[in-house]
Ligand binder design. Structure first.
Ligand SMILES: Nc1ncnc2c1ncn2[C@@H]1O[C@H](COP(=O)(O)OP(=O)(O)OP(=O)(O)O)[C@@H](O)[C@H]1O
Ligand SMILES: [Mg+2]
Length: 276
């Protein structure tokens, strides 16, 4: 009889405990739901502010760039050399601002899933040749050389402007984070179902810890004082673009001071336009 009542008391205690636990779980769930709703609101507000700021910056920027272009090309009369030098600085800084607003807008579109892509069969080699032309002034400034090692590849189905952006971002980084007079290699080859593109530099390199952080927005990476940060969105956007194409992107390095290699892949469609 005594054992029986002991068991009942134990069962009641357990039941109370369970009840207690259930109540606590319910309370925490409500708290979490509240916090989630708050976060959602804050995130929406952040998106609105980012969208507005980006838009408000882009409009006046277009006008600044347009007028500087017009003045430099002699539209408002002959421009003395010393004034032209000053206008070049305005032009360079407007370009930096434009990259910032473009990257912010892309990042926002990627986050909200509103980026639109128009895929078309494209010759990757042609895109690379164009990127090489575009990056020339940057390389010239640092006395760097870009060598291409390209295997003939089939056309890939991709959004040309986005993949160009990826190439330019990687080549700009390779130049920016390497000393003067170094060489950058761009290699392309095809491997069964994908095209593999590598950008190899002889620059400041990366440690294992950095390799993990690289593709996050605004990563904090220690580097020698003469190598300043950019905005910190280039790689995160580039990887997202590549992944939206069904490809992959990663980085390799032998360590600090020993150069880096950035690699991305693009799938080759089973039936290419050439087969049609
Ligand atoms: N080729 C490279 N060699 C060494 N470090 C690199 C290289 N490419 C990128 N990094 C490191 O990764 C960081 C992030 O690169 P990412 O391109 O995203 O941003 P960023 O170059 O700082 O700015 P931006 O948004 O203008 O491109 C860089 O600040 C740099 O520390
Ligand atoms: Mg960059």
């Amino acid at each position: 009889m005594e054992i029986f009542s002991d068991n009942i008391a134990l069962a009641i205690r357990r039941l109370r405990k369970m009840n207690d636990l259930e109540n606590r779980v319910e309370e925490r769930t409500e708290e979490l739901q509240g916090a989630y709703e708050e976060l959602k609101k804050a995130n929406k507000l952040k998106d609105q502010v980012m969208g507005m700021a980006t838009h408000e910056l882009r409009t006046p920027l277009t006008s600044i760039k347009g007028y500087v272009d017009y003045i430099r090309s002699g539209g408002a009369g002959k421009v003395p050399e010393e004034i032209d030098e000053l206008l070049k600085i305005v032009e360079r800084n407007s370009k930096r601002l434009q990259k910032l607003t473009d990257d912010m807008l892309d990042q926002q579109r990627l986050e909200t899933g509103t980026l639109e892509m128009e895929m078309e069969y494209t010759d990757v080699v042609e895109l690379i040749e164009e990127a090489k032309e575009e990056i020339k002034p940057v390389l010239r400034e640092k006395g760097q050389k870009l060598s291409l090692d390209i295997e003939n590849t089939p056309k890939c189905k991709l959004e040309p402007t986005r993949i160009s952006q990826v190439l330019i971002n990687l080549l700009t980084n390779a130049s920016k984070y390497s000393p003067r007079e170094t060489e950058i290699k761009l290699k392309v080859k095809e491997n069964s179902d994908k095209v593999i593109i590598k950008v190899i530099d002889e620059g400041i390199g990366l440690c294992d810890e950095d390799l993990d952080k690289l593709f996050k927005p605004f990563p904090h990476i220690e580097k020698p004082a003469e190598y300043t940060n950019g905005i910190g969105l280039g790689l995160t956007i580039s990887r997202d673009f590549v992944e939206l194409h069904g490809g992959e992107m990663w980085a390799e390095s032998q360590g600090v001071g020993r150069g880096s290699t950035f690699i991305f892949t693009l799938p080759v469609p089973y039936h290419t336009e050439n087969d049609a």
